[in-house]
Design a protein around this ligand. Structure first.
Ligand code: SF4
Ligand code: SF4
Length: 195
């Protein structure tokens, strides 16, 4: 896809400029509000799965400070990044966690942007399923795998992140005009790492 800029030059894969978005009401505040409503839907989806698991006697092990899932190199959409900037405007001034784990972790292994964490982080620990042409693919955190047989779970006890992923992608295109991934570590550019 090629867009023409105001000066007429081609801009392949160009997004929608901040000025244009703001002129059409897509302010950072509006984007954050839309995303907060979206995260509420995701929370409801996760809660339904947790309830189904609890009814089968399964309690997940996730707790604050358990952070093997918080790997380095994760990315997010521009809309997810906008929520972090809105809720944690000072986070980029802090020192990022050292290489090997997510830059947003603190020294105690807790997420410093927990309320604004991206979609991917909101389903960590839940049994996940993706539909493919040759059948379903199921997965769960390796720390849960010894106590939860993800292959044996009924379908209503599985989380389907692809539905939320698709909705997020549509919102991203509608808001920014292009899909662009933002790395977690990029929030801290020019900062020294901790540890
Ligand atoms: S954003 Fe927070 S929850 Fe997500 S990987 Fe980083 S530290 Fe973990
Ligand atoms: S998903 Fe796994 S590593 Fe992450 S908090 Fe849950 S049990 Fe711990």
């Amino acid at each position: 896809m090629t867009h023409k800029t105001e000066r007429g030059e081609d801009k392949p894969f160009g997004g929608i400029s901040l000025a244009y978005r703001e002129a059409h009401g897509l302010t950072p505040q509006k984007i954050a509000e839309t995303m907060c409503a979206f995260y509420e839907e995701v929370a409801a989806m996760c809660a339904r799965v947790e309830t189904q698991l609890a009814e089968s006697g399964i309690r997940l092990k996730c707790h604050a400070g358990c952070c093997a899932c918080c790997q380095d190199g994760l990315t997010m959409t521009q809309a997810e990044a906008a929520v972090i900037r809105k809720l944690y405007p000072e986070i980029g001034l802090e020192v990022p966690h050292g290489a090997g784990q997510c830059a947003f972790l603190d020294d105690a292994g807790k997420c410093r942007i927990y309320e604004a964490r991206p979609l991917k982080c909101r389903t960590f620990g839940l049994p996940l399923v993706w539909q493919g042409e040759s059948g379903d693919t199921r997965d769960i955190c390796e720390l849960e795998a010894d106590s939860v047989d993800v292959q044996a779970l009924p379908s209503h006890a599985l989380c389907r992140p692809e539905l939320a992923d698709t909705k997020l992608g549509i919102m991203e295109i509608a808001t920014f005009g292009a899909l662009k991934r933002v790395s977690m570590r990029s929030f801290f550019e020019h900062k020294k790492v901790s540890g």
